[in-house]
Design a protein around this ligand. Structure first.
Ligand SMILES: C[S@@+](CC[C@H](N)C(=O)[O-])C[C@H]1O[C@@H](n2cnc3c(N)ncnc32)[C@H](O)[C@@H]1O
Length: 263
């Protein structure tokens, strides 16, 4: 068997299913929209992402899974046209409110899921997908990004495939296998005949920056579901054992930053 015999798209889907990956309904993201703009460590991540982009010769951007517009709004001042695509109306509403507050009139929301028909989504010079690549079918997602990019694609993918510190997850009996991560993306792009560039970013994880234990529990519950009394007690112990670690939410996120040219 050689590398050429491996269908990395299929391998990704199999891994995702085995790890219990599931598509969240958009309402779950709606509920997070207000809080997302206030995330700790946010500006460093955005600076690190944008600092690695080459926008020369580009006037338009399609930001997929744009959320509240962390990347789209930061780039809008230097572009003519910015499209933010997301399936959460709550996220799009906050993005547009932020765009108005910044005096940006070149940002357009597109309410759409990764899996929907994109035939009417305009192609743009640059396509980004920042922290929004936890999809069930990666080969399909990459083909979509590639097809909509006239020049370049930039995305981030979590390294290690865990959105929650492994120790915290284990305390709540969620010691599931990690989700498939960036290494599939590199291999699928290779098979697509693209030449992916690879870099790495680090930032605070999803549980970072909480003010107190209750807020911490709410953040854990968003990712892992309802927490019973026994789980809450174990979390309390973990939280109190090292308050500084608890404020960081455990281990930091490490992102693979992947880009490629489409022509
Ligand atoms: C972690 S947020 C990232 C937001 C933004 N790109 C950033 O870096 O701050 C993930 C976003 O992907 C969106 N999303 C999740 N699943 C999606 C799907 N199937 N189709 C479209 N958007 C999706 C969510 O609504 C959310 O806004």
């Amino acid at each position: 068997m050689t590398h050429a015999d491996i269908d990395f798209g299929q391998l990704y889907r199999t891994h995702m299913a085995a790890a219990g990956g599931r598509e969240k309904p958009p309402e779950e993201w709606d509920a997070r929209a207000e809080a997302m703009g206030r995330m700790v460590g946010e500006s460093r991540y955005v600076d690190d992402f944008i600092g690695r982009m080459d926008c020369s010769g580009c006037t338009s951007l399609l930001d997929v899974g744009c959320g509240t517009g962390a990347i789209a709004l930061a780039l809008a001042p230097r572009l003519q046209r910015v499209l933010g695509l997301d399936y959460s109306q709550g996220m799009l509403d906050v993005m547009m409110r932020n765009a108005r507050a910044l005096g940006l009139d070149n940002v357009t929301p597109i309410r759409r899921a990764w899996e929907d028909d994109w035939s009417d989504v305009p192609a743009c010079d640059i396509v980004t997908a920042s922290r929004s690549t936890t999809v069930m079918d990666m080969a399909d997602a990459l083909a979509r990004l590639d097809a909509k990019a006239k020049k370049r694609v930039y995305l981030t993918s979590l390294i290690g495939g865990r959105f929650i510190d492994a120790d915290v997850a284990e305390l709540l009996g969620h010691a599931r296998p990690a989700l498939p991560d960036y290494i599939y993306i590199v291999n699928i792009l290779y098979r697509m005949g693209r030449y992916p560039r690879l870099d790495y970013l680090e930032n605070d994880n999803r549980l970072a920056g909480t003010q107190d234990f209750d807020e911490f529990v709410r953040k854990v519950a968003f990712s892992l579901g309802e927490i019973d009394d026994a789980g809450r007690a174990r979390l309390r112990q973990w939280y109190d054992a090292d308050p500084e670690r608890a404020r960081r939410g455990g281990a930091p996120f490490r992102w693979a930053f992947i880009s490629w040219d489409t022509r």
